[in-house]
Ligand binder design. Sequence first.
Ligand SMILES: Cc1ncc(COP(=O)(O)O)c(C=O)c1O
Length: 359
Amino acid sequence: MLVRKNILKIKPYIPGKPIEEVQRELGLKEVVKLASNENSLGPSPRAVSYIKKNLKNLNRYPDSTAFYLKQKLAKDLKVKPANLITGNGSDEIITLALKAFVNEGEEVIIGDTTFLIYKIASQVANAKVTIVPMSNFRYDLETMRKRITNKTKMIFIANPDNPTGTYVARNEVSRFMKGIPKSLIVFFDEAYYEFGRQKKDFPDTMKYLNRGNVIISRTFSKAYGLSGLRVGYGLSTPEVIGYMDRVREPFNVNILAQGAALAALDDKQFLKRTLSNTKKGKEFLYKEFDKLGFEYVPSATNFILVDLRRDCKKVFKKMLSSGVIVRDMKAWGLDTYIRVTVGTERENKKFITALRRIL
Ligand SMILES: Cc1ncc(COP(=O)(O)O)c(C=O)c1O
């Protein structure tokens, strides 16, 4: 057989349907995409303005070290540039960590209702994946810790989590970290950090960085609205970052993404608008779900997991023909749930109208 055996076990990742595809297939003019937890306000305007001015440099390779972006992040986060690695989205930080640290056959511990890439990327690495059930849609850190064996090399914690939208609090993380051996890496995926930190008891995981076995990843895809550019970063000790750098493609973050991300960090206005739109949108959607009698999981992110008590695939298809793309939760085994990203006021209303119509 040509292909590596472990690749046969992998179920390919199915992303949210792109707008263009739905327009083309269903002949719809207006399609609203609330399926991939993107920023409904568009990209950070400062990032866009940077890109417009810098198209002329596209003949050049990007800076392999992302020098200026790391300088800026280091200053903002009060760390050294050597504590940072940039990635083609924070997805790449996940795969770099696995490449650098997990040998074939070693164990990776993940939650059961979490970001699908942990499982896929671990299978690519031919690691053994231990799946720990969540408790009421929340990470059960205590049980995850108990599942550690002498073969465990990495534990993934999405905080806040996708698709549940829940988060683990400061005291839970603190208790968990006390029992973690130095022989394995705790990977905190903080793709929704900017939303999560609005919660008073959201943990400051940066304080664990110096232990030498903690990696934190964050992204410009969500709060900064730059999903399409693919840029994220990882934080750890210079030693850990150094190993990840060895397995990184030299030009993994493109030239426009580096500068646009840097510009977005200064776009405080946009971040403020994003957080306020998300808060208002969630309040609106919670109220509408209450009226319809649907249970949802209170979210610390820009999306909501909701139980529609009917086949989610069917709902997904009907919503699609109304021009609204949501995410059905079949891939997570939640057969009656969908996940909806908070949109603009207009998009949220369109979603609710479509939902009411199909019920
Ligand atoms: C929990 C989580 N981690 C990581 C990512 C990856 O984001 P990106 O690669 O765009 O930074 C996502 C995207 O949806 C996510 O939900």
